[in-house]
Ligand binder design. Structure first.
Ligand code: FMN
Length: 201
């Protein structure tokens, strides 16, 4: 089984990147048989119009296709999104928008990251709505990390916040693995018809 983690912030010192790496440490520790790949949106140049990507010829379009291949080959995806203006980041939404069917009928665990004590859930809700055509399946045990700068989140439980967060994240990851197994059956059922039903309603 393969799971890809996406860092959804393109800020150089993104907290979302730090959290994405931390989630990877939890997967590496507790799910040794799962292959983990990484998409870092700080490294992906999406400054183009959709037509350029669809034409597929430019350097940027080819680089994007290489990132989507990682999602295509995955059984599940973890999306770490910052809260920006009460929304998920534009680059992350653009990445999902242009993804074709790479995410389709695969479980997506969303992790919302915010610097404030009242943030983190809004980008999780926002990501739900980006999957109309991409057909990623929102996993109903998302993670919300608010006041992110106050939390070290190292390798082991050190603080009261860690005591709350480590089991929560580990639980979501265990569930994600089971959703991945379950939805593989759906993808292999032969029922999915993206030719006839190209776009979601
Ligand atoms: C353009 C922008 C808008 C932001 N808007 C919000 C917001 O609406 N609510 C919030 O809790 N934090 C907001 N923040 C702070 C982020 O939550 C904070 O930067 C956090 O670390 C996650 O973003 P990062 O992964 O890019 O670091 C905003 C940050 C930026 C750069």
């Amino acid at each position: 089984m393969k799971i890809t983690i996406i860092n959804g912030s393109n800020r150089e010192n993104a907290q979302s990147f730090r959290i994405a790496k931390w989630v990877k440490t939890r997967l590496d520790l507790n799910h040794k048989d799962i292959e983990v790949d990484f998409v870092d949106l700080r490294e992906v140049d999406m400054s183009f119009v959709p037509d350029e990507y669809w034409a597929g010829e430019s350097k940027k379009a080819k680089a994007m296709a290489a990132e989507y291949k990682k999602i295509d080959e995955s059984d599940a995806v973890i999306v770490v999104t910052p809260e920006w203006g009460g929304l998920a980041s534009p680059v992350l939404k653009h990445f999902i928008l242009m993804s074709g069917y790479a995410f389709a009928h695969k479980p997506v665990l969303v992790v919302g990251v915010s610097a404030t004590p009242v943030g983190g859930i809004r980008p999780v809700e926002d990501i739900k709505h980006t999957f109309k055509n991409a057909r990623g399946v929102f996993m109903p045990e998302p993670i919300v990390i608010n006041s992110v700068n106050s939390f070290a989140l190292n390798d082991k439980v050190e603080t009261e916040h860690d005591e709350h967060m480590f089991p929560r994240v580990d639980y979501s990851l265990r569930l994600l693995e089971q959703y991945a197994k379950g939805l593989k059956i759906v993808r292999e059922s032969g029922v999915i018809d993206h030719e006839k039903f190209e776009f979601g309603m």
